[in-house]
Each structure stands twice: as structure tokens, then as C-alpha cells.
Design a protein around this ligand. Structure first.
Ligand code: CA
Ligand code: CA
Ligand code: CA
Length: 148
């Protein structure tokens, strides 16, 4: 399952040109990795709209039975994929990747606390996620929001 989510996002995100890491390479810095996946039009800025569009694709790919809900069993595969995205990172970069991927966890995403994540919840969750990652507070995610 290593890099499963990343591999998935590459296949659905044909405009992500910057983040092409092959198996065995040192992982890209978290900022490049993030923008390579989430900056859908490749202009260097990931907007809320792009985050929500991409979250929709991620959601649909893990919603195996297509009922518009990610339940605990579907989250097993999603958790694996996100763990794969953190693999290979160390120190501060690992902490950052962990924080990024934790922003899509079941506990964070289940805003209404019913134990599952509705598609709408997952899309709305992009707002807090963006706020958390937007360290310079300009309302979008760019390279400036990441260390290095
Ligand atoms: Ca963009
Ligand atoms: Ca819920
Ligand atoms: Ca920013």
C-alpha cells in the first residue's frame, strides 16, 4: 500500500506535473508533495475549491460501496493509504506529513460525530484543513506555507 493515495491522486490528477516520485527515491519535500497533488491546475496555489474537488475524488475512490459515506471498514484502506504517504519522511517533515494526512482522518472528519464520514462532511472539512495548513494566513496554500 505504500504511496497508495499518492499513486491514486496521480492517476486522477493529470495536471499535477511536479510531484512524480518513483518508488525508492527520497520523498519530495512535503510542500512539493502536497502541491503536486492538491494544486489541480498546477499554478502553484491550492485553493479551497481545488482542495474540495480533490477531496471529492479521494472520497469517491475509498467509498467502495458508493453510498456517499465512508464507514469504519472503508476507512481501513484510507488509513493505510495515508500512512503510506507519511512513510519515508523523518523528523519535522514526518510530523508535517502526519499533520496533513491526519486532517483527513475519521475522527477529524466526522464533524457530526455519528461515527462515519458523509461526503459533504469531508468536503466541508477542507475549510479547517486549509486554515490549519495556511501558515501565512493568505487563504490559500502555496510553497510559502511550508518550511524550507
Ligand atoms: Ca491551483
Ligand atoms: Ca459524520
Ligand atoms: Ca497561504
Amino acid at each position: 500500500m505504500r504511496n497508495a493515495l499518492f499513486a491514486l491522486t496521480l492517476t486522477v490528477s493529470v495536471t499535477a506535473t511536479t510531484a512524480v516520485a518513483s518508488e525508492g527515491d527520497a520523498p519530495l519535500p512535503p510542500g512539493e508533495r502536497f502541491l503536486g497533488v492538491w494544486d489541480l491546475n498546477g499554478n502553484g496555489t491550492a485553493t479551497l475549491d481545488e482542495l474540495q474537488t480533490m477531496r471529492g475524488r479521494v472520497f469517491d475512490s475509498f467509498d467502495r460501496n458508493g453510498d456517499g459515506v465512508l464507514d469504519e471498514s472503508e476507512y481501513v484502506a484510507f488509513d493505510d493509504a495515508r500512512a503510506g504517504d507519511v512513510e519515508g519522511y523523518e523528523g519535522e517533515n514526518r510530523e508535517l506529513m502526519q499533520r496533513i494526512t491526519d486532517g483527513m482522518s475519521l475522527s477529524v472528519s466526522d464533524a457530526d460525530g455519528d461515527g462515519v464520514v458523509q461526503r459533504e462532511e469531508f468536503l466541508v472539512g477542507a475549510e479547517d484543513w486549509l486554515r490549519d495548513l495556511d501558515t501565512n494566513g493568505d487563504g490559500v496554500i502555496t510553497a510559502a506555507d511550508f518550511p524550507g
